[in-house]
Design a protein around this ligand. Structure first.
Ligand SMILES: [Fe+2]
Ligand SMILES: [Fe+2]
Length: 230
């Protein structure tokens, strides 16, 4: 290859990488819009969840029984996974997803499938994600954020620490946000009710150790809810 060939080839490669980066950013933007749509009227749900998650992970990293499990890398991967938790909903019928009335039992069963559909989707694109540890953390959050500490959740009925850590965290922050965002961040009773419900559900729905961390940070949860209200 002569020098000119080399430089034009280099130019093409450079051009492609710029194009590739532009496509990456565009796809990420589209994905974010899609994920926000899935969160329905809770426009800032994903942003709030990431901020709640970051705060929780940092607190867990500082003290408590899981502190050795949270490296900087794990924290970054968990934060990347949080906005994707309901990605499987892209494969659930909109008639069910956006239904205003209470779901029938059979519709509820279909809605629950979003966790397995999401896990299959992430498995399919794992090669594109490239980083196998990252795709595993995303898969964990997507598949297991509706598991319960007492083993009565879905899809697998995993219990206790068998539920991946990031998924146990996701369950708490998702519940807090769904309860407070629905009634509005200014509703102090919604906040207090959400904190009480989560505290009461420690050991049943949620990891008791994580609930302690949540309770200690609950004032900051409220601040984020107000600052990033829909
Ligand atoms: Fe979900
Ligand atoms: Fe959610």
């Amino acid at each position: 290859m002569n020098e000119q060939d080399f430089s034009s080839r280099f130019f093409v490669n450079e051009h492609c990488s710029i194009l590739g980066a532009a496509i990456d950013i565009t796809v990420q933007e589209c994905l974010w819009v899609l994920l926000e749509r899935l969160a329905r009227e809770r426009r800032n749900h994903l942003v709030r969840c990431q901020l709640f998650g970051e705060m929780m992970l940092e607190a867990i990293q500082r003290q408590g029984k899981y502190r050795k499990m949270i490296s900087e890398e794990y924290k970054a991967m968990a934060l990347a996974a949080i906005p994707l938790h309901d990605i499987g909903k892209v494969l659930v019928s909109e008639a069910i997803l956006f239904k205003q009335e209470k779901l029938t039992e059979s519709e509820y069963q279909v809605a629950k499938e979003h966790v397995c559909l999401g896990r299959d989707l992430i498995k399919k694109v794992a090669g594109n994600i490239g980083d196998s540890e990252l795709s595993k953390v995303i898969e964990d959050v997507v598949a297991y954020h509706h598991e319960r500490w007492d083993g009565r959740g879905y899809p697998e009925g995993l219990a206790g620490e068998d539920i991946p850590l990031a998924a146990r965290l996701m369950a708490i922050i998702d519940t807090y946000d769904s309860m407070t965002a629905r009634r509005g961040p200014a509703d102090v009773f919604a906040h207090e009710e959400a904190v009480t419900i989560i505290e009461t559900a420690a050991g049943a729905l949620f990891d008791p150790e994580m609930v302690r961390t949540f309770a200690a940070l609950s004032g900051h949860f409220r601040e984020i809810s107000i600052q990033y209200a829909d």
